[in-house]
Write a protein that binds this ligand. Structure first.
Ligand code: DGL
Length: 269
């Protein structure tokens, strides 16, 4: 059976994981949430690379056939290095969805919501240069938003107020398209949509990432059909397993069972 490793700094990558199991219901997955180190978005790239390498080693040792880096910050900081160090292992990473935004936007203005690490990475600059040179991109960091989503708060008055502040510069500039370039943010998509109004399209790259997985791993084709029993779906956190389970249930709408592992001197067991 095909087995996919998925990782993020926390629960955000579940927005990608749910698309993977929706499109490939027969697949086995192991999801790793590096909650001991969250947030990644404000850390230096070198540090994120250290974590990404060790998490990849951990997942590869558990017989994963491919790895999904379900974190924009980790993709920006570490994807190229991971691909170079595990040449046999297919990787799919997050790329800010400025290409579809450039294709969709009529006003030629798109807002991108992300963490600082994503904007600082070369991946963002090259993606904008290649695909969105003709479009005005309004970059918006969202301090505090990842922490709220990690706490399971996706629609309180405080979260909506924060989102209103984060959307304002893009909307003032005339953006009709908002790109979610952090995998946590799809969990506040409905709040964003209601604040931005019907004239604004919100882009979540997760469905495209799940499709891309089928392209880099042709063996995944056999997972397209739902089997009679649910395949093994494992969840591991470097934080608190009960808290992961609580928030994952809120975000996904169903319960999952998680286990915890501890980092020791930058190494996982
Ligand atoms: N979910 C991660 C991303 O896509 C970042 C969250 C964090 O800052 O840890 O960028």
């Amino acid at each position: 059976m095909t087995r996919i490793g998925v990782f993020d700094s926390g629960v955000g990558g579940l927005s990608v994981w749910r698309e993977i199991v929706h499109q490939w219901p027969g697949v086995e997955t192991i999801y790793f949430a590096d909650q001991a180190h969250i947030p990644y978005g404000s850390r230096p790239a070198e540090e994120i690379r250290v974590f990404g390498r060790e998490i990849t080693r951990f997942l590869a040792a558990r017989d994963c056939d491919a790895i999904v880096v379900a974190c924009n910050a980790a993709s920006a900081a570490a994807l190229a290095v991971l691909r170079a160090e595990w040449p046999q292992l297919p990787f799919v990473g997050m790329e800010p969805a400025v290409k579809p935004a450039a294709e969709l936007s009529r006003t030629r203005v798109a807002g991108v919501l992300a963490t600082p690490a994503t904007f600082q990475g070369a991946l963002f600059a090259t993606t904008v240069e290649r695909f969105a040179a003709e479009v005005r991109i309004v970059q918006q960091v969202c301090p505090g938003l990842v922490e709220r989503i990690e706490a399971g708060d996706t629609n309180s008055a405080e979260t909506r107020a924060l989102l209103g502040d984060f959307l304002a510069p893009s909307l003032r500039a005339g953006a009709d398209t908002i790109v979610l370039a952090c995998t946590h943010y799809p969990f506040v998509r409905s709040a964003i949509e209601s604040l931005a109004g019907p004239g604004v399209t919100v882009i979540d790259p997760a469905p495209a990432i799940a499709r891309q997985l089928g392209r880099v791993l042709p063996a995944l084709g056999s997972s397209r059909i739902a089997p009679s029993t649910t395949p093994c779906r494992e969840f591991v956190t470097s934080g608190d397993a009960a808290e992961f389970e609580r928030v994952a249930a809120l975000l996904l709408g169903f319960r999952v069972a998680a286990s915890a592992v501890r980092w020791q001197a930058n190494q996982l067991p």
